[in-house]
Ligand binder design. Structure first.
Ligand code: GDP
Length: 360
């Protein structure tokens, strides 16, 4: 499964957030094939459509899609030079598919800030710099090799050009996730270099009541990290929220003027950032969301349920969720011509409710 690495400076609330994520983790019984590791939190992707589907089909249980978060050891200034936990940190970040950077935006004189003051802008700069320096080192090592390969016609000249272009972006102090497109770098070639700053980023600002209400501050930080997503939450509050029953939690959220829990927001944005989407299945036993990559075809999607489904794929019967809910049942949807027969080239759409037909 794809994972999101949680990273950030020490004392910004990473552990608090990660503990909340672990406590929000799905019951392992629903996911018999998931290996549960201590530094991985597997949280459900909130999806209200599953509740509606379970009503329509009288399903016994709901199985949401999940998002996996990995706790990454703290970064310090000088990580790119292998200082302290630096090497471990970089190794962990390399393994993650996206990076969620937690930044402190709460005031609390009792919690020491490593740099002696709370300044999200500066903290982001510190971490970006370490990752940029580490990527520059990687490229510096790769360039002589690539030059030799191109001279010996063992590699395409585009590969070398892309590496040089990436170096320019980094030298300008820009993360590749933010600057590669503008520089016209080929994403597929870029991916072969295994650089950290070309992974998608999400920024979590760990803030307090004052921060959650401060729209001007939020707008400023959103602009700073764009095109990456920014999420504002109170990690301490979130860790208390996950201890409550769902209706108590909803009440508590409403009292603080929030429409969605920060962890739910993080799961949603994380899932999206990983380039994933879901399709839905439903029956008397369960209403379930299945995870696929954006752009996958019907047979690929079927393969997520079982490899036999992909191999023996005949067709998919697809109803869009909105049509199904509006008409109230599969039979009604069918009589209104809203059940589509889709073949092996069909590209799955968000909200497809599917039944696969296959040969065994
Ligand atoms: P980490 O080093 O990034 O993992 O940070 P921790 O999660 O251990 O948090 C460092 C300290 O900050 C702890 O004492 C937490 O209780 C406190 N802390 C974390 N989040 C918040 C928050 O949202 N508000 C306040 N006031 N304190 C927090």
């Amino acid at each position: 499964a794809l994972t999101i690495g949680i990273a950030g400076l020490p004392n910004v609330g990473k552990s608090t957030l990660f503990n909340a994520l672990t406590r929000a983790s799905v019951v392992a019984a629903n996911y018999p094939f998931a290996t549960i590791e201590p530094n991985v939190g597997v949280v459900p992707l909130p999806d209200k459509r599953l509740d509606r589907l379970a009503e329509v089909f009288g399903s016994e249980r709901i199985v949401p899609a999940t998002v996996s978060f990995v706790d990454i050891a703290g970064i310090v200034k000088g990580a790119s030079e292998g200082e302290g936990l630096g090497n471990q940190f970089l190794a962990n970040i390399r393994e993650a598919d996206a990076i969620c950077q937690v930044t402190r935006a709460f005031q609390d004189a009792d919690v020491v800030h490593v740099e002696g003051r709370v300044d999200p802008r500066d903290d982001i700069e510190t971490i970006s710099t370490e990752l940029i320096l580490a990527d520059m080192q990687t490229l510096e090592k790769a360039l002589p090799r690539l030059e030799k390969e191109v001279r010996g016609k063992k590699a395409e000249p585009e590969v070398l050009e892309t590496a040089k272009g990436a170096m320019k972006v980094l030298e300008a102090g820009t993360l590749l996730s933010a600057g590669a497109q503008e520089a016209g770098l080929d994403p597929e070639i870029l991916a072969t270099f295994q650089l950290m700053t070309s992974k998608p980023f999400i920024y979590v600002f760990n803030t307090d009541d004052a921060g959650l209400a401060d729209e001007a501050m939020q707008a400023e930080l959103r602009e700073l990290v764009a095109p990456a997503e920014a999420i504002f939450l109170d990690a301490k509050f979130e860790s208390e929220l996950v201890e409550l029953e769902p209706d108590e939690a909803a009440e508590m959220l409403a009292e603080t003027g929030q429409d969605e829990a920060g962890l739910d927001k993080l799961a949603r944005v994380g899932f999206e950032t990983l380039g994933l989407q879901t399709y839905l299945t439903a029956g008397p036993k369960e209403a379930r969301a299945w995870t696929i990559h954006k752009g996958w075809t019907a047979p690929q999607a079927a393969g997520v349920i079982h490899t036999d489904f992909e191999r023996g794929f005949i067709k998919a019967e697809v109803i869009s969720f909105d049509d199904l809910v509006e008409l109230g049942s599969v039979a009604e949807a069918r009589s209104h011509g809203k059940v589509r027969m889709e073949g092996k080239d069909y590209v799955m759409q968000d909200g497809d409710v599917v039944e696969f037909r296959f040969n065994v």
